[in-house]
Design a protein around this ligand. Structure first.
Ligand code: XMP
Length: 329
């Protein structure tokens, strides 16, 4: 039968048979549910012949690197190399304002770092890693070609694919995609069986280019990224404190390249405006803006202005998708 315990055991067996007793496997962890669950399965199958890398691109949220590394190491015992490449990414993004160019630069830097990681590993092991783990899900594959006889029905909305196409072409790694017949809710279920912490399984989706698409315009100007991290953390924490996190598809703050006049104490200020966005959605293709009670908004807005230097105004995004997108860039 279609039981997740069986799926987990079967997948582990398939991975073991595929990789054999000698070969090594690499995996890029994003901090998201899919790559984490995929890596955890492979780790169960082949142990420390799995080599994961987590790249801090300087575009992560408040304490995110520490938080996800703690889950990888303490909760999942995954062998992960953490590479701090913030300086490298940020210097390449200096002066860049076009969102698609930001994405291209980030993708390219990532490939360079991943390549170097694979190369170092080859030196260390004295042999090439042969396989690459990817957290590809069923909705990612049905668009082009549904696996024959998979028994999946096709009405599921097709999602534009942000995560593929970004890997080195000349690396000649064979893919291991243990989640490619599963939907998101099934991946969460599998994660639960593999002891991935519940809070981790329920994290909101976060785009690969990270905060680079949430600071509008040049992300290196002033301390926009740090300001955004603080604002975002206050907003998310308030959402969690009120028990709203699981009812929301995504919630985040956006840093606007706009200053407005304010008054704090008896001082006139000229500081930044931040926007808050929260949406409900099934799959990210369409979305509705989430309705907060006014007391919640009032408290969050006050907390942000009182605690984050350089921000004197908070606005709320009340647009659905379409006509807007979820992200602002
Ligand atoms: P939009 O803004 O297009 O977003 O309505 C739909 C979903 O996709 C996420 N998103 C991305 N994810 N790389 C990603 O990995 C990207 O470049 C990217 N752009 C948007 C967004 O957070 C939402 O969940």
């Amino acid at each position: 039968g279609w039981k997740m315990e069986n799926i987990s055991d079967e997948e582990i067996k398939v991975i073991r048979d595929t990789v054999g007793d000698e070969e090594h496997v690499i995996c890029a962890l994003s901090g998201g549910v899919d790559s984490t669950v995929a890596a955890t399965l492979v780790h169960k199958a082949i142990g420390d012949r799995l080599h994961c890398v987590f790249v801090d691109n300087g575009l992560l949220r408040y304490k995110e690197r520490e938080r996800v590394m703690e889950t990888f190491e303490r909760d999942l015992h995954l062998p992960v190399t953490c590479i701090d490449a913030s300086e490298q990414f940020l210097s390449k993004l200096k002066g860049v304002v076009d969102p698609e160019i930001k994405r291209k630069i980030i993708g390219k830097e990532f490939i360079g770092i991943f390549d170097a990681f694979a190369h170092d590993l080859e030196q260390k092991l004295g042999k090439k890693p042969l396989y690459l783990v990817q957290g590809t899900l069923y909705p990612d594959v049905i668009e082009s070609c549904p696996p024959p006889g998979s028994g999946r029905n096709h009405s599921h909305t097709i999602k534009s694919h942000h995560n593929v196409g970004g890997l080195p072409k000349d690396m000649k790694l064979k893919l291991i995609e243990p989640l490619k017949l599963l939907f998101k809710d099934e991946v969460r279920h599998l994660g639960r069986i593999l002891n991935v912490p519940e809070a981790f399984l329920k994290r909101h989706p976060f785009p690969g280019p990270g905060l680079a698409v949430r600071v509008l315009g040049d992300i290196t100007e002033g301390n926009a990224l740090d300001v955004l991290r603080e604002v975002d953390e206050i907003f998310i924490q308030a959402i969690k404190d009120d028990g709203l996190y699981d009812s929301i598809w995504q919630a985040f703050a956006v840093f606007l390249p706009v200053k407005s006049v304010g008054v704090q104490g008896d001082q006139r200020t000229h500081s930044h405006v931040v926007a808050l966005r929260a949406v409900t959605s099934q799959d990210g293709m369409t979305a509705d803006w989430y309705y907060f009670e006014s007391k919640f908004l009032c408290d969050v807005s006050r907390k942000i202005c009182n605690n984050v230097r350089g921000v004197n105004r908070v606005v709320m995004d009340i647009t659905s998708k379409p006509p807007s997108t979820i992200e602002w860039e």
